[in-house]
Design a protein around this ligand. Structure first.
Ligand code: UDP
Ligand code: MG
Length: 152
């Protein structure tokens, strides 16, 4: 049984538009389960560190301001292949290119208001979870697992 984890964040626009429940619903309905969750007004240093790889991009200052503009919901989901599948559930970075059926394809229009973040690799997930959940994740046994996985 995999213990793969990914970092998912409902961005300020997603929280303000009351899409948090819809986003959680999509991950839970797929079969993934929560290992951490918090509503947080982010401090600048965390937003800058989270997006450090994009520091040289022209959109970086605006991106950091966007993340600081209102609270976000930070989450960790767990399950088989959750990093790659999470990115598929989310859809392409630019919602204009995101397929219908994906979160961005269904719920937003502008790349600078694309409602959700998801880790792009197992290594990014580890780094981001360390940043956002320094207190660690919640350990428990989800009783649905035999109904989601044929073998564990
Ligand atoms: N972004 C933007 N303009 C761009 C590209 C990205 O505002 O031209 C923002 C957008 O919110 C995106 C975030 O920067 O989600 C991080 O970019 P990345 O390439 O990592 O996309 P993601 O991993 O979120 O799909
Ligand atoms: Mg990214």
């Amino acid at each position: 049984m995999t213990t793969e984890v990914t970092f998912i964040m409902v961005k300020p626009d997603g929280v303000q538009r009351n899409l948090t429940g819809e986003i959680i619903r999509r991950f839970e309905a797929k079969g993934y389960y929560l290992r951490g969750l918090k509503l947080k007004q982010v401090e600048r240093s965390l937003a800058e560190e989270h997006y450090i790889d994009l520091k040289s991009k022209p959109f970086y200052p605006g991106l950091v301001d966007y993340i600081l503009s209102a609270p976000v919901v930070a989450m960790v989901f767990s399950g088989k292949n959750v990093v790659t599948m999470g990115r598929k559930l989310i859809g392409a970075t630019n919602p204009l290119a995101s397929e219908p059926g994906t979160i961005r394809g269904d719920l937003c229009i502008d790349v600078g208001r694309n409602v959700i973040h998801g880790s792009d690799s197992v290594e990014s997930a580890q780094r981001e979870i360390g940043l956002w959940f320094p207190e660690g994740l919640v350990e428990y046994k989800p009783h649905m697992l035999p109904w989601i996985y044929e073998r564990m």
